[in-house]
Design a protein around this ligand. Structure first.
Ligand code: CP
Length: 313
């Protein structure tokens, strides 16, 4: 594996192998068996779009493994003086870089960087395309929740709803690729105006009726953020009003109660509390939201190690 750009086409055994790598990293961390396998390496974190979780956890992951990190943010950089993506990347990688993490608003930015530099590239989110480490941390968290001994296990038969702004979401695309490969039965729920083009050809069920989907007694519900910044105004014409969206698609206290206390609640963050998810669901006993963040560091440790050192470890 040279790059981590997409989870499209991943097989069941490849997915289990990646999840097991993460689990083994997590088990070893903090024990005498843990080795700083990236000592002497330098990772470039290139963030052309805002981020809290992904940027910080890639930094922490690299540092835990002994690597140096150089952090680039579009804000405050020479992009404002007209420097191109290609020249920016060439400039930073000329400083002696072993791997690149990139988040960019353009689909395929990571692929270009991999082609230009020949370095291992990890996609930290490209437009509404892919966010592979997010889906991996979601799957690791859900697998841990469902299986006491998760190693070697998949998610066969797990009923998962993914709800909300599907159109603008890279998280949903990476999750469909990975969760379906792991055997989960995925149902996408959202207003018809926020369904991605071609969604009916995806290997999932699709509905606009959240309450009907809840009646199927899912094992897990992943709420997606309403991406207001990718809409021209608050609702951008995608739904009649914020109140209407809340009525139909918010995981509110009443829907949360109907799901039952065993249902796992996931959200990639950042949360719009009160718009797509209520406090009770976000902070309740079934919430995996902070576990997802915690597992994100181990996912990024495992993936940086794999791409820089290969799969000998
Ligand atoms: N889930 C996620 O990608 O969060 P950030 O935008 O904060 O990185």
């Amino acid at each position: 594996m040279k790059n981590l750009l997409t989870l499209s086409g991943i097989s069941n055994s490849e997915a289990i192998t990646l999840l097991d790598r993460v689990q083994n990293m997590k088990t070893k961390f903090g024990t005498p068996d843990f080795e700083p396998t990236l000592a002497g390496a330098t990772v470039a974190n290139l963030f052309f779009e805002d981020s809290t979780r992904t940027r910080l956890s890639f930094s922490l992951a690299a540092e835990r493994l002994g690597a140096r990190v150089v952090n680039f943010s579009a804000a405050g950089s020479s992009l404002s003086k007209g420097e191109s993506l290609r020249d920016t990347v060439a400039t930073i990688t000329s400083m002696g870089i072993d791997a690149v993490v990139i988040r960019h608003q353009a689909v395929g930015a990571g692929q270009l960087v991999a082609k230009w530099t020949g370095l291992p590239v990890l996609n930290g989110g490209d437009g509404a395309h892919q966010h592979p480490t997010q889906a991996l941390l979601d799957a690791v968290s859900l697998r841990e929740y469902l299986h006491e001994s998760p190693l070697g296990k998949d998610l066969a038969g797990t009923k998962l709803l993914i709800v909300g702004d599907l159109l603008h979401s890279r998280v949903v695309r990476s999750n469909v690729d990975l969760m379906v490969a792991l055997g989960a039965e995925v149902t996408l729920v959202g207003p018809s105006t926020l369904l991605p083009p071609g969604v009916h050809t995806w290997p999932v069920k699709v509905t606009t009726d959240f309450d009907a989907a809840i009646a199927t007694q899912p094992d897990a519900v992943m709420m997606l953020r309403v991406q207001k910044e990718r809409m021209s105004s608050a609702g951008g014409g995608y739904f009649p009003s914020v109140g209407d969206y809340i009525r139909q698609y918010c995981l509110n206290p009443e829907r949360y109660e109907r799901l039952g206390e065993k249902c796992a609640i996931l959200h990639p963050g950042p949360l719009n509390r009160g718009l797509e998810i209520c406090d009770q669901a976000a902070d309740g006993p079934g919430s995996l939201i902070l576990k997802q963040v915690n597992n994100g560091v181990f996912v990024r440790m495992a993936m940086l190690d794999l791409l820089i050192n290969g799969d000998e470890n």
